[in-house]
Structure formats: C-alpha cells, structure tokens
Design a protein around this ligand. Structure first.
Ligand code: FES
Length: 141
C-alpha cells in the first residue's frame, strides 16, 4: 500500500512568519517534494498532499507520513529546500518497504534524524474495542 506524505501548507518558519503576503515555507516544501518526486520511478513516488496545520506549528515545516496498516509519524523542523525534500523521499521509500512503518534507526537518512515529533499507531480493523468502559449516554443504545 503506498504511503501519503501530508505536508503542512500553512507552516511558517521564523524567517517567514512576519510576512503573510509571501508563500509559506510549508507550501514551498510541498513544491520541492513534488519536484524531487518527479525524478523517482512512478512506483516509488508517494502521494503528496497539502494539509493546513498538523498542530506542531512551533517546529515548522511539518510533514506527516501514513499508510494503511502502518504506524504514522509526524516530523518537523524541515526547511523548504531540495536537500530536505530528498531526505523525506528517501525515508518514505524505506517506510514503504518496512512491514509496519518502523524503519530501523540505523537506516534513517541523516536529513530526518532529530526531526521526529510523534508516532500515531496504526488503526486496527476493530478500533478501540476496550475504550468504551463508561456507561452509554442516555438515548444511546
Ligand atoms: S501551521 Fe504547520 S503545523 Fe501548524
């Protein structure tokens, strides 16, 4: 199952924060990713989608990676430059090849080291079976 890279298109780094009239860093990073992905074989290209705010604004630019049946990850602190885009695409290739989305640390591209901000567990087919321990709300049965 191919992965999706969600790129926060509203992220602004400190040097971009006071100028709302210019393109956001996140939007520029998305363009860099799309341009870098063009050079990859089609099977290796992740789906790249823009998303407005991944709720990690203080570590702009932020990207989330997800795929069906795999842990998802939030990464931040990227610059809107080709080198960071390539590091993300290299990591995405490894992520796609991993069984559960966990790429061994030793294999991480240098450009993603220190950028992980969160892991989201893979959704199960039976979501949160133990989570409903409180009584049902009135009228809900
Ligand atoms: S604006 Fe990018 S995470 Fe909030």
């Amino acid at each position: 199952m191919p992965s999706t890279l969600f790129v926060c298109t509203t992220c602004r780094r400190a040097d971009n924060v006071d100028d709302a009239t210019t393109e956001s860093c996140g939007s520029k990073l998305k363009r860099e990713l799309e341009a870098a992905a063009e050079s990859l074989p089609e099977a290796a290209r992740p789906k790249i989608e823009g998303y407005e705010c991944l709720m990690n604004c203080e570590r702009a630019c932020n990207v989330a990676i997800r795929a069906q049946g795999k842990s998802g990850f939030l990464l931040g602190g990227f610059a809107p430059v080709l080198a960071d885009a390539r590091a993300l695409l290299d990591y995405t290739w490894l992520y796609n090849a991993s069984p559960g989305g966990v790429v061994p640390y030793r294999d991480w591209p240098d450009g993603v080291r220190g950028r992980f901000c969160g892991r989201i567990p893979a959704a199960s087919a039976d979501p949160l079976p133990q989570a409903r321990s409180e009584p049902a709300l009135e009228g809900e049965k």
